[in-house]
Design a protein around this ligand. Structure first.
Ligand SMILES: Nc1nc2c(ncn2[C@@H]2O[C@H](COP(=O)(O)OP(=O)(O)O)[C@@H](O)[C@H]2O)c(=O)[nH]1
Ligand SMILES: [Mg+2]
Length: 347
């Protein structure tokens, strides 16, 4: 998904200002004993299993119910299609998405192109993959300078956690990463980001709680300008005194970034909590109108039976889904891949 992701490992240069929290050498664990890495196919099988586990609730509510409906049926009749429609709507795929899919299914049944149950099951998989692929667009690294990702979303959706997981992911692929604590509204938010910095061994740029978030971002970009960072992840507040304040602040952060580092932010990524269902749609609309989103990340898919929301969001907006969170561990953030996602819930 991020083609430029993999880079040769570099040794981080030491930084020299006290404002910036550097990874603690003492905190890093002793090197692990040498072990033989499993072959790549075994590794990816393990990752796929993890994805499957993470999507278990959705598989049970969506595909197991579809399969229960299909069980013992030979022919596709009107009643079966009506029941199917209901199951799909309950899984949060969205009324319009389901209506559109089922209308096409009915047409194909009439024309006898869809003649049996297994073809209908394949049709569903195919259509869902199509919706998920609709907005696919990979992120492009700027020709020079760091890739700046502004991360936003309402409180509790998983912004800071996602940033921590991303820091790990980018660092593992050899990138030099800087985290920026621009959620200054809550003191705990800054501390939480610093903990992720220690855990992943990347630098965190922060000021005191209550500091102007735009100035935090300005100083961080200034600091980064002479230090060859590859990726800068900016955490932002999810709530201020009013929604208007929040939106204005996010717009200001975005402007300041662009002034300090032309072209930045290269990614404006909204984080959505998949367990909130339809709320995710209204949040996407609100933030997109304010700051023009370029990517989405859906978290907590492991905690919902309504993973169909991913398809709903893809149909409603033309914003690519970049990552999905399927658990609280560092490795539980996945590059979003439509084919893998559908395979994980259908097999
Ligand atoms: N189960 C699960 N929990 C998650 C996931 N992503 C984040 N969380 C949890 O959601 C809670 C809020 O996350 P946080 O990053 O503080 O949200 P923020 O307010 O948007 O920064 C924390 O308890 C996280 O561990 C996920 O993919 N799965
Ligand atoms: Mg946070």
């Amino acid at each position: 998904m991020l083609g430029w992701f993999k880079k040769k490992k570099e040794i981080n240069k030491a930084a020299d200002t006290i404002d910036h929290q550097e990874p603690q050498a003492a905190a890093s664990p002793p090197p692990a004993p040498a072990v033989t890495a499993p072959p790549p196919e075994v590794q990816s099988e393990g990752l796929f299993k993890r994805l499957k586990n993470g999507l278990q609730k959705t598989r049970e509510s969506l595909v197991k119910r579809v399969d229960a409906l299909f069980l013992g049926k030979k022919e596709i009749d009107a009643e079966l299609l009506d029941e199917l429609e209901e199951v799909l709507i309950t899984a949060d795929l969205g009324v319009q998405t389901v209506t559109e899919m089922l209308e096409e299914a009915r047409r194909q049944v009439d024309r006898r192109e869809l003649a049996d149950i297994s073809t209908l099951r394949a049709f569903l998989q195919d259509k869902m993959t199509g919706y998920l692929n609709k907005n696919y667009k990979s992120a492009e690294k700027p020709a020079a300078g760091p890739f700046v990702i502004m991360v936003l979303g309402v409180n509790g959706v998983g912004k800071t956690t996602t940033i921590g997981k991303l820091a790990h992911k980018f660092k593992e692929s050899g990138n030099k990463v800087l985290l920026v604590a621009a959620d200054t509204f809550r003191a705990a938010a800054i501390d939480q980001l610093k903990i992720w910095g220690e855990r992943t061994g990347v630098e965190v740029s922060a000021k005191k709680p209550g500091a102007d978030p735009s100035s935090v971002v300005f100083d961080a970009l200034e600091y980064a300008s002479s230090r060859d960072f590859d990726v800068i992840l900016v955490d932002t507040a999810g709530r201020l005194h009013t929604q208007v304040n929040l939106i204005e602040e996010l717009k200001k952060i975005k402007r300041v970034m662009n002034r300090k580092c032309p072209g930045a932010p290269h990614e404006v990524m909204l984080v959505l909590d998949a367990t909130t269902g339809q709320n995710a749609l209204s949040q996407t609309k609100l933030f997109n109108e304010a700051v023009e989103l370029t990517a989405l990340t859906l978290t907590k898919l492991d905690g919902t039976a309504k993973g169909g929301i991913v398809i709903n969001i893809c149909r409603e907006f033309s914003i690519p889904i970049r990552f999905i969170g399927v658990g609280e561990q560092m490795a539980d953030l996945r590059d979003f891949d439509a084919h893998d996602f559908i395979k994980a819930i259908f097999t």
